[in-house]
Design a protein around this ligand. Structure first.
Ligand code: NAP
Length: 258
């Protein structure tokens, strides 16, 4: 039974696994016996988190800026120099930008689209040989894209590029799920509702985040680390081998509407 949810001895790469949702997934994987690579721009924070996690298992930090092709290639080369296969690729790093429609800057639009859509696509492309190597029909390798209810619902917070980028990422999941099935690579999206993180800090003050999440989700609370760990482990183990192209709402019911 237990091996249905097991990631033991799997190799995982989590982009932006140094805080927030990515770090939650990293903790779950490390504690379950996976070898985990996390990456981000702030190497001080990244090294510190990898060191902490290394006390509980295997975790390594790679500094990277995924907002350019150069950054994506540098990360891929670094992984390829260390590993011959990757079982789990989590495209988690993301950013948002809010501005009134009339003033929305093109540079910000481009940066959001690059980090949230173009980089995951390029990283998948570059990691393909390693993902193919790890994929088995009874336990495929997995790509998990971190989407958002903002990619399914219209509007909110003047985040025009963010909402559009997440919709694109959701669709990229479906396109690639079909294409990569023949290589035993499954592609799914987790669409998280409000989870406390640096990204959500700007929306509400920290003390009021719980109120905000309570009011905005039918289940009346924000997401917890254990919610994220359970869902990511489920999508990474043998037990979900028959699921691909899915958008899993981990959102307390946000997408059900008010
Ligand atoms: N929190 C929520 O409620 C929520 C809801 C729906 C969807 N999401 C999605 O979940 C994902 C994680 O969000 P979060 O809330 O955990 O955000 P977060 O706390 O801001 O974490 C973002 C992570 O990505 C890294 N990152 C940012 N820009 C990067 C770049 N250019 N290159 C490499 N790494 C970069 C950050 O590290 P550095 O800054 O050091 O680079 C950090 O590790 C995002 O895709 C977001 O859209 C979040």
């Amino acid at each position: 039974m237990n091996d249905l949810f097991s990631v033991k001895n799997k190799v995982a790469l989590i982009t932006g696994g140094t805080r927030g949702i990515g770090l939650m997934i990293a903790r779950g994987y490390v504690r379950s016996g996976a070898k985990v690579y996390i990456c981000s721009r702030n190497s001080e924070v990244g090294k510190e988190e990898a060191e902490k996690l290394s006390k509980e298992g295997e975790c390594f930090y790679i500094p990277s800026d995924l907002s350019s092709q150069k950054g994506v290639t540098a990360l891929s080369e670094e992984i390829k120099s260390k590993e011959s296969q990757i079982h789990l690729l989590i495209n988690n790093a993301g950013k948002t930008w809010g501005a009134p429609l009339e003033e929305y800057p093109m540079d910000s639009w481009d940066l959001v689209m690059r980090l949230n859509v173009s980089s995951p696509f390029q990283l998948i492309k570059e990691m393909l040989p390693l993902l193919k190597k790890a994929g088995l029909s009874e336990d495929p390798s997995r790509i998990i894209n971190i989407g958002s209810p903002a990619g399914s619902l219209s509007g909110g917070l003047n985040a025009y590029a963010y909402n559009t980028s997440k919709a694109a990422l959701h669709h990229l999941t479906r396109v690639l799920a079909k294409e990569l099935a023949k290589y035993n690579i499954n592609v799914n999206t987790i669409s998280p509702g409000p989870f406390p993180s640096k990204m959500t800090d700007f929306m509400v003050g920290e003390e009021t985040f719980l109120d905000y999440a309570g009011n905005s989700t039918p289940l009346g609370r924000s997401g917890k680390e254990e919610d994220m760990i359970a869902t990511s482990l489920f999508l990474s183990g043998k037990g979900s081998a028959y699921i691909t192209g899915a958008l899993i709402p981990l959102d307390g019911g946000v997408t059900l509407g008010r």
